[in-house]
Write a protein that binds this ligand. Sequence first.
Ligand code: B12
Ligand code: SF4
Length: 436
Amino acid sequence: MRVLLIASNTESFPEPVFPIGAVYVAGALQRQSARVMITDLGTLRSVRQLKKDIEAFRPDCIGVSLRNIDNAAYPAVRYYVPSYVRLIKSIRSFCSVPVILGGPAFSLFPEEIAACLGADAGVKGEGEKAVQAFREPGMGKIVAGGLSGLEDTAFPENIHEVFPAFRRYRTIGVQTARGCTGGCIYCTYPRLEGNWIRSRDPEIVASEIQRLFRDFGKRDFFIVDSLFNADENHMVRVLESIAALNLPIRFSCYLRPKVSDPGIFALMKSSGCVAVDFGTDTGSPSMLASLRKPFSRDDIRAASLACREAGMDFCHSLILGGPLETSETLKETVRLMDEISPSAVVAMTGIRIYPGTGIERMARDEGILAQGDTLLDPRFYFPPMGPHALLKCAYEAVGSRRSWFFPGKRDWGSALGFRIVRFLYRRRPLWRVLGE
Ligand code: B12
Ligand code: SF4
């Protein structure tokens, strides 16, 4: 069986993202004796080239990886579904083999996207066991992925042949574990990856990084785990395995701002971590409770201090506009950020509502969503003050602080100044640059 996987993401903000989902699916299909090729719209940028790839490879079926539905950044929302509709139409005009959908965008809205795009089949969730969906695609059939362990999760041995555009990515994703046991009211991660944690063998993760460095000269990595410290013991074992190799690599990751031992940051630094993105959301005690964050302001302070003392850059990602956010809670958040002084603060305004989350139920109870409203078209939750007052209060509270960055404030993806900044500073975490 010959499978062509299309990584369909063309978003280049904040940077082009390595299509790790398609790469892991390719690895698994290959190990199940399929011949696989990944073609990447992020680097191709031309439907004509896609047609050539399809004609040259002559696949028995095509898998399309759908990563983003939208950029979740209010008010400068970018919506990608119409581009996927065009993509599937183009594929259908070149060839008649079955088309199977997958990826996080598809997994969040399987029925809606399958209906919109008219695919032959789709895999909701993890794609490593999806070979059956490729062998017997039944019109409109959506199958659930789901793995008990992550033994099948690995790059193809011959990644450079399976995915020729691989060499063009500067930062390579690496996953060490899946899942989060948290219950934050807006979050989709437990739904996408499971609300329990499954880990990869730390030695295997480290040797994957070693091979990418040794064979392809890759030095920059992003640990794509929802939270690298979701299971702190596992994180420590991964760090020790990477540190033991003593490679000149750099990586960054998402962390919960709560650690049991501040010494962990020194270990992170010694294994190559250069920057940490804390999923903090807010600095107000009442908003931490309202979003159901499993940490306190003191945890945020302690983690930030330990990170600074270890000599690593750190950023706090915030979500402003949760239930009962007021101008006072916004000021509390700004004061805490002033106190801990991160390299950058990235703040979303309004909460993207996803199906099955606590915030969806609240939005329905509060009349923000009406019966039958679809959430595929991005909808946002706002506190009683409403979107305009929220933006005004947030921008006023932040004022001219240069370390703060609002992705929703303008369409950064098409801003020339932003592209120049990204080009000039392409060897450093972008938010580090924006925070200067
Ligand atoms: C890490 C991450 C980032 C990092 C990526 C860093 C890097 N260099 O890799 C950064 C910070 C840059 C980032 C940015 C953004 N992100 Co992000 N990100 C994630 C995160 C946490 C993990 C993604 C990942 O790599 N997972 C690991 C891989 C292995 O999993 P996967 O891609 O889902 O693939 C599996 C399955 O989906 C399936 N599969 C995948 N493809 C296919 C194809 C077929 C045919 C089949 C059958 C199966 C299949 O099998 C794979 C293996 O099991 C997810 C949330 C999550 N926990 O999933 C959000 C997530 C993907 N991001 C999201 C968003 C919105 C964004 C941004 C738009 C935010 C912004 N405004 O800046 C940008 C877009 C960037 C871009 N250029 O595209 C959303 C997308 C949903 C949506 N609303 O559209 C997610 C789902 C988070 C959420 N809100 O729910 N992100
Ligand atoms: S926001 Fe973070 S801690 Fe909360 S459920 Fe999502 S991944 Fe887990």
